[in-house]
Design a protein around this ligand. Structure first.
Ligand SMILES: [Zn+2]
Length: 288
């Protein structure tokens, strides 16, 4: 009896350790928050991006990240001199636990209105249980969170004079959202694009996917949309998409336009589209 309990405790500990080891250190390593441009700030960790947009009517937060992230995000918002309770609207890049698991806690702390792209709403409200690929994988689940406004492709999110546009760029999830907004700096308009995710995860079925029959067509549509967007400032759901740590170094060395990088945006989209096409060809040839 005693031995069995020790054994089950050991199994539980090993399981917890395995879960934790799935989370890269860069996802939880804090990063000093900073201004990107205009009223747009970075408040995420070393790799899990979270963005704060500050307006006279309160803040918009993009991404709540891991269930453990709200405390880090709150500290970053406060370090910039803003009040966390001023966050009025919460948005996400897509309904995976590394971008939306903290949403329930952030709603509780701020009372923010949670606005999510239509096709990601069931996943968010089921805590990941209805995800087309990870629904059965409990390690990918997160606290179910009620959505307050269902967004559709092209919808605008407005607060205090700032307008964000939600672009449906599905494939990675059915409701993956790329956010665009314009910022003014030095008398110039800068187009900002926050990429939702163009990545084909390991194990994604692009051919004959019963849970998501139109997945390949959605990715193809996503790349058409991403290629059509004017972009001066390239951002995304992970810092790794846009080489953030290198850009911070340039910014800290005095480069005021370190984040203005339209060439990197184009190169990134091309690279991701090629990776998608290669994986699709491989699966179509039955070599997946
Ligand atoms: Zn994801």
């Amino acid at each position: 009896m005693f031995k069995a309990r020790i054994l089950s405790l050991l199994v539980a500990l090993l399981f917890a350790a395995a879960l934790r080891s799935q989370t890269p250190a860069s996802w939880t390593t804090p990063l000093p928050p900073f201004k990107i441009v205009g009223n747009l700030y970075y408040v995420g960790s070393e790799d899990l991006a979270a963005y704060l947009i500050v307006t006279p009517q309160g803040g918009i937060l993009i991404n709540s990240n891991l269930a453990s992230s709200p405390a880090q995000i709150k500290r970053s918002v406060e370090a910039l001199g803003f009040k966390f309770s001023d966050v009025k609207i919460l948005l996400i890049s897509h309904a995976h636990y590394d971008h939306c698991a903290g949403s329930a806690e952030i709603k509780r702390l701020t009372g923010a209105k949670y606005e999510v792209m239509d096709a990601d709403v069931p996943v968010v409200e089921s805590g990941g249980a209805t995800d087309f690929n990870y629904g059965m994988d409990k390690s990918m689940h997160f606290p179910p969170t009620k959505v307050d406004r269902v967004l559709h492709d092209g919808d605008r999110v407005e607060l205090g004079g700032t307008v964000l546009t939600a672009r449906l760029t599905a494939g990675h999830t059915k409701g993956t959202t790329t956010w665009t907004l314009d910022e003014q700096e030095g008398g110039k308009t800068l187009h900002v694009v926050i990429v939702g995710s163009p990545n084909v995860n390991p194990g994604y079925k692009l051919v004959g996917n019963k849970q998501y029959p139109q997945i390949a067509a959605d990715y193809q549509h996503e790349f058409e949309v991403l290629k059509s967007l004017p972009c001066d400032i390239f951002l995304g759901a992970h810092g790794g998409y846009f080489d953030m740590l290198a850009k911070i170094q340039r910014m800290n060395a005095g480069d005021k336009s370190a984040f203005v990088d339209p060439g990197a945006y184009k190169a990134y989209i091309t690279d991701r589209e090629q990776a998608f096409e290669a994986e699709l060809k491989k699966q179509q040839a039955g070599r997946s």
